[in-house]
Structure formats: structure tokens, C-alpha cells
Write a protein that binds this ligand. Structure first.
Ligand code: CP
Length: 302
């Protein structure tokens, strides 16, 4: 993979994606061994700069780097000199002066990883920027679907919920289409981006019409921190029309795969019995996140 930065899934080529998936399969096997470590990135330094909260992405990037034997440093907004007024770009330049190989960055501001890639010499990985993109989440979602079905070519995938504020939706839409899936966007008009027509994909405002024959349903978190809650009258109303519960699930394909990037708003976009039920791949997604991020760090850090 000849790539200096991973900022978006829009420019990923199928061969590059296959290379990531193939390496992730090998690293998944490493993660299942008693000694879960390989010397691949010994002597390299990875800085995880998390300027917005995270459990899954931050932890899995840390574990991934450590399993590859890199030196991994974690920086969060609280406890850094950002709280003293240092700009985010000055903070990133300061960290770069310590000569890391890779800077993994999560930011509230859409486009901040791109800005870093234009201003820094080290490799930059986007670990989620505002409402823009979350490319490593889409790659682990793809890995999870391919693991279950062998390929996503021709697969009907419905992405449901707060599309407007979701970086996960955008990265998955681009990547799944590149890999040959048929993607539908499903949600209330108030949570559809104004430019949705330009995505060149089917849009459904009625949930059952959008999910009835889907092979996979990707439920999205309502992005409370980005104003998602103000786009509908109440949580109960949202759950009734756009939440996935056992009654709606009973009208779907029996073997439908249910994904959610987490964290789940239980009782809003997913009822607990569906989140924890036999169709749910939520914890597989989390496990696969480590293997996929190992593959990305390996391919970019070598
Ligand atoms: N899916 C995801 O990005 O979760 P975190 O915010 O916990 O990293």
C-alpha cells in the first residue's frame, strides 16, 4: 500500500482495500495467539492524538500499535496544553517535532486530519473528524461483513438513522459502493444531509421499506453532541419510526446482519434485545477493529 495518509475512504482503490483485509486476517490470527505480539514496527513511534472522546477507536489503535511492538503515546485534549490555549495545529506540530512515524488523530473539527496532512511530514490517520469521515471504522465494518459473507459484492446494505451528522455513514457509503455493495440510506428527512441526492444512492424515509430485504442493516447512533436530538420531537418518537426493535426485525430477512459502530443509545436507535441478539455483530466489530487497525498501521508504518 503506497499511501502516506488515510483521511477518507473516497480515494481507496479495491486492490488497496483487499490488501488491508488480507493483512487484517493475518493480524486477527496473531490476536488469537497466547503471545499477541509481532516485532513488525519495533523502533517506530505512533502518537494517538484524541481531541474528542473515544473508547473503541482509541483503545484499539493503542492495542494495535503495541501488538506491532511500536512505542505508542496517547494524548487527549484534557491534560494537554490545548487547555492552556495552544492551537490544535501548534499542538500537532509540537508532537511531530518528537519524530513519530504516524499520527492518529480524532477531532471535533471536520477536515482537521486533512489540514495536518498538509502541514506535517509524518503519516496521518483520520480516527474520526466531526461529521466528515471515519475511514478505519468503515474498513472494520467491511472486514466484519466480508468475514460473515465472503464478499459484499451485490449485498444490500441499509444505513439507518442520523445520516446528516454521521462520519461513519459517509465513510461506509463510499467504501461499500467501491467494493460493489448496493447501499441505501434510511432516516427522517430532518436527519438527511442537504446534498443527499448527490450521493447517487437510494434514499428511504420509511424505515421498513428501506430495510425489509436488506442483507445487512447498519444502525447509526443519534449524534447528540452534534445536534441530532433537536431534529425529532422525542426519543420515543424516534424509536417508534427509526429504531430497530424485535417487531421490525421480525419483518426482515432471518439472517440479516445488524451492525452499529457504538456507542449505542439503547432504547433509541436499537432496543436492547436486538443489540444483544443473535443477528448483532456489534462486538465482532469491536474485536475486528484491532486487527484492521494493526493492518493499517503495518501497511503505513513499514
Ligand atoms: N465507533 C467509534 O468511533 O467509537 P468510539 O467513539 O468509542 O471510538
Amino acid at each position: 500500500m503506497k499511501r502516506k495518509h488515510l483521511l477518507t475512504t473516497k480515494d481507496l482503490q479495491p486492490a488497496e482495500v483487499e490488501e488491508i483485509l488480507q493483512n487484517a486476517r493475518s493480524f486477527k490470527e496473531v490476536s488469537e495467539r497466547e503471545i499477541k505480539k509481532v516485532p513488525t514496527l519495533r523502533g517506530k513511534t505512533i502518537i494517538n492524538l484524541f481531541l474528542e472522546d473515544s473508547t473503541r477507536t482509541r483503545t484499539s489503535f493503542e492495542i494495535a500499535g503495541k501488538r506491532l511492538s511500536a512505542d505508542v503515546i496517547n494524548i487527549s485534549k484534557g491534560g494537554s496544553s490545548v487547555s492552556k490555549g495552544e492551537t490544535l495545529l501548534d499542538t500537532a506540530k509540537t508532537l511531530e517535532a518528537m519524530n513519530p512515524s504516524i499520527l492518529v488523530v480524532r477531532a471535533h473539527e471536520s477536515g482537521f486530519p486533512l489540514k495536518l496532512s498538509e502541514n506535517l511530514k509524518c503519516n496521518v490517520i483520520n480516527a474520526g473528524d466531526g461529521s466528515h469521515e471515519h475511514p478505519t471504522q468503515a474498513l472494520l465494518d467491511l472486514f466484519t461483513l466480508v468475514e460473515k459473507r465472503g464478499s459484499v459484492k451485490g449485498m444490500k446494505v441499509s444505513i439507518v438513522g442520523d445520516i446528516a451528522h454521521s462520519r461513519v455513514a459517509r465513510s461506509n457509503l463510499y467504501l461499500l459502493k467501491t467494493m460493489g455493495a448496493e447501499v441505501r440510506l434510511v432516516g427522517p428527512a430532518s436527519l438527511m444531509p442537504s446534498e443527499v441526492e448527490s450521493y447517487g444512492t437510494e434514499v428511504f424515509y420509511n424505515m421498513m421499506e428501506g430495510i425489509a430485504d436488506a442483507d445487512a442493516i447498519m444502525m447509526l447512533r443519534v449524534q447528540k453532541e452534534r445536534g441530532g436530538l433537536s431534529s425529532f420531537p422525542s426519543n420515543r418518537e424516534y424509536a417508534r419510526f427509526y429504531g430497530l426493535d424485535k417487531n421490525k426485525l421480525a419483518k426482515c430477512r432471518k439472517d440479516v446482519l445488524i451492525l452499529h459502530p457504538g456507542p449505542v443509545n439503547r432504547g433509541i436507535e436499537l432496543s436492547p434485545d436486538v443489540a444483544d441478539g443473535k443477528n448483532s455483530l456489534i462486538l465482532d466489530q469491536v474485536s475486528n477493529g484491532v486487527a484492521v487497525r494493526m493492518a493499517i498501521l503495518y501497511l503505513m508504518g513499514e
